[in-house]
Design a protein around this ligand. Structure first.
Ligand SMILES: Cc1cc2nc3c(=O)[nH]c(=O)nc-3n(C[C@H](O)[C@H](O)[C@H](O)COP(=O)(O)OP(=O)(O)OC[C@H]3O[C@@H](n4cnc5c(N)ncnc54)[C@H](O)[C@@H]3O)c2cc1C
Length: 302
């Protein structure tokens, strides 16, 4: 029988949210294992913006500084690999990995992020994070006053268009099928000279991820410098759901104001449990989670 190592806390996901939680716990002398398989969602983007002190850095550089600083706390250990199952045990939880190792902890933190489900449109995946972008706060400034497309529909498209209109006057909405705007929304879009194209998209014309336009299924095309795409997502890790964690209507793990899920002792932070998708928010919710878990453990040991 392989021996199972015991920790106070297992954190699954060692990107911004997980590292931030680990720092608070390591500094509180709690034994922590971070299990991470190195697939953060922002890997395709060349530069990360809007996180104070690290604006414009590569995503990897920001995570590397974080990891280096967390590694200074000897109670924090790292395991490179994928967590595949989680079980509730009498005194905590057991996590097993893809390579067959098992670890135990009193508390679990999921900092596992979300997985973008990119539409199967030729050329889109290669542009994702570079010139096909998801968020005006992260990348909008870099494309200010450029010919900008919004690939979305209805309420969501209207909301993004309103935000992006602040950054560029040259906007076209691509609904990739019949439009679903309300008459009031259509009026407002018309007032701002924002065109809506419903023709299905065939492909994204680009060179090395730099978009030059959209090709439509009817053979027409349109030139562009940037395209916002709101794509569907799923939880990157299914273990929270197998443990009974409830997801909200949008697909995020439901947490209380201290980041605890509906399952006592199980916490979530970062993208997996928040619609506010940013490095700053991942770090902030990770920090709160670390403090919340430390407080609970410390109270139990007192
Ligand atoms: C293309 C793109 C560009 C972006 N640009 C910006 C930007 O410029 N500025 C900004 O502030 N935000 C940006 N974001 C958002 C930002 O990247 C996320 O908000 C942030 O990465 C969330 O951090 P996280 O720790 O919650 O999740 P992630 O960074 O996604 O990390 C999750 C980690 O958990 C690991 N993991 C998941 N499941 C398991 C498992 N079962 N076992 C082991 N490990 C597991 C993954 O491998 C990964 O390392 C961008 C996002 C995208 C998609």
């Amino acid at each position: 029988m392989p021996t199972t190592k015991n920790f106070n806390v297992i954190i699954i996901g060692g990107s911004y949210a997980g590292l931030s939680a680990a720092m608070a716990l390591g500094r509180s002398l709690k034994s922590v294992l971070i299990i991470d398989n190195g697939q953060p969602c922002n890997a395709p983007t060349p530069h990360s913006h809007n996180f104070l002190t690290q604006d414009g850095q590569t995503p990897g550089a920001i995570a590397a500084i974080g990891k280096q600083q967390v590694q200074q706390y000897p109670t924090v250990q790292f395991y490179d690999g994928v967590a595949i199952t989680g079980k509730k045990m009498e005194n905590g939880f057991e996590i097993s990995t893809g390579s067959g190792k098992t670890f135990m902890a009193k508390k679990l933190i999921f900092a596992t992020g979300i997985k973008d489900l990119l539409p199967q449109i030729e050329g889109l995946a290669g542009c994702w994070g570079k010139t096909v972008i998801h968020c005006p706060y992260c990348h909008g400034y870099e494309f200010r006053n450029k010919r900008t497309g919004i690939m979305a529909n209805g309420e969501l498209a209207f909301h993004i268009t309103m935000l992006v209109n602040n950054l560029s006057q040259y906007i076209t909405i691509f609904t990739n099928g019949p439009a679903t705007f309300t008459p009031e929304q259509l009026d407002k879009l018309q007032q701002h000279d924002i065109a809506i194209i419903t023709t299905p998209i065939a492909s994204i014309a680009n060179t090395n991820g730099n978009i030059s336009g959209i090709n439509f299924t009817d053979g027409t095309s349109m030139s562009l410098d940037a395209l916002y795409a709101r794509v569907a997502f799923e939880q990157h890790c299914a273990i929270p759901q197998t443990l009974g964690c409830v997801l909200n209507e949008q697909g995020y793990i439901q947490v209380d104001n201290m980041q605890q899920t509906n399952i006592p002792g199980v916490y979530a932070c970062g993208d997996n449990s928040s619609f506010m998708r940013s490095v700053a928010n991942a770090v902030a919710t990770g920090n709160l989670t670390g403090a919340a878990v430390n407080a609970e453990l410390t109270k139990e040991m007192f």
